[in-house]
Design a protein around this ligand. Structure first.
Ligand code: AP5
Ligand code: MG
Length: 218
């Protein structure tokens, strides 16, 4: 089973992926998280990706698709939640090619729709735990102790690409390259649009209501 989460930076893909993986046991595949881990470990892939991620541009397609193809190699039988991939039409077409083998297909595309104004507010107020990576928000999900992770006590940090200027750039890139995927996938009958402006719990409930019948039918 493959579910794709599409949405602007800050629309809640990571937040919802964590909730849905906890609820339904999906394997979460976030290309952004993979790049950040590779960048932190200063691997060859991380060094290649860093200049793009830090400036809010997309990492070149061949770098991304090679990495995702390795992760998806063993698709058959797994339940995957893709967060941040595909990100443009070329990547969507590459994914379609990878999935053309028997037993693998896209089951659902879930589009988290959010205004840019709300996305900017969420991105510039997001904080991450430098230790375990847990996600907080100084406005909507503050930690119990200011600046410290509730789970492991490590200091909270801001993502390098969450500055106002880079967040704006990412939203422009999203509008140009990623949003057109909504129309691309709408043409198939697996597309649902969700109001991502609701509370995190309401968004999770909306998504779960779409996913549950699909799982029940398996
Ligand atoms: P990536 O990490 O995928 O970033 P993104 O798409 O910009 O999305 P974000 O992670 O910023 O937001 P999110 O939707 O996950 O929101 P979250 O749940 O954290 O990509 C980063 C970079 O990597 C790209 O710019 C690119 O360079 C590269 N890259 C990645 N994939 C690529 C690809 N396929 N091809 C090429 N390059 C690629 O929530 C945000 C904040 O809001 C949090 O603080 C959260 O607590 C809060 N929040 C969440 N939901 C709600 C709610 N309902 N109400 C109030 N607050 C909320
Ligand atoms: Mg994310």
């Amino acid at each position: 089973m493959i579910i794709i989460l599409i949405g602007a930076p800050g629309s809640g893909k990571g937040t919802q992926a964590a909730a849905l993986c906890g609820k339904f046991g999906f394997t979460h595949l976030s290309t952004g998280d993979i790049f950040r881990a590779e960048m932190a470990a200063k691997t060859a892939l991380g060094l290649k990706a860093a200049e793009y991620v830090k400036s809010g541009k997309l990492v070149p397609d061949h770098v991304v698709t090679e990495m995702v193809a390795i992760k998806l190699e063993d698709l058959k039988g797994g339940r995957y939640l893709l967060d941040g991939f595909p990100r443009n039409l070329e990547q969507a077409q590459t994914l379609a090619g990878v999935l053309s083998k028997p037993g693998a297909a896209i089951d659902l595309v879930l589009f988290l729709n959010l205004t840019h104004a709300e996305a900017m507010k969420r991105l510039t107020s997001r904080r991450l735990c430098g230790g375990c990576g847990a996600v907080f928000n100084v406005l909507s999900r503050p930690p119990q102790t200011e600046g410290k992770c509730d789970k492991c006590g490590e200091a909270l940090v801001q993502r390098d690409d969450d500055t106002e200027a880079t967040a704006r750039k990412r939203l422009m890139v999203y509008e140009d390259l990623t949003r057109p995927l909504a129309a691309y996938y709408k043409a198939e009958q697996v597309f649902y649009e969700i109001d991502a402006g609701q509370s995190p719990e309401e968004v999770t409930a909306s998504l779960a209501a779409i996913i549950q019948p699909l799982l029940a039918a398996r």
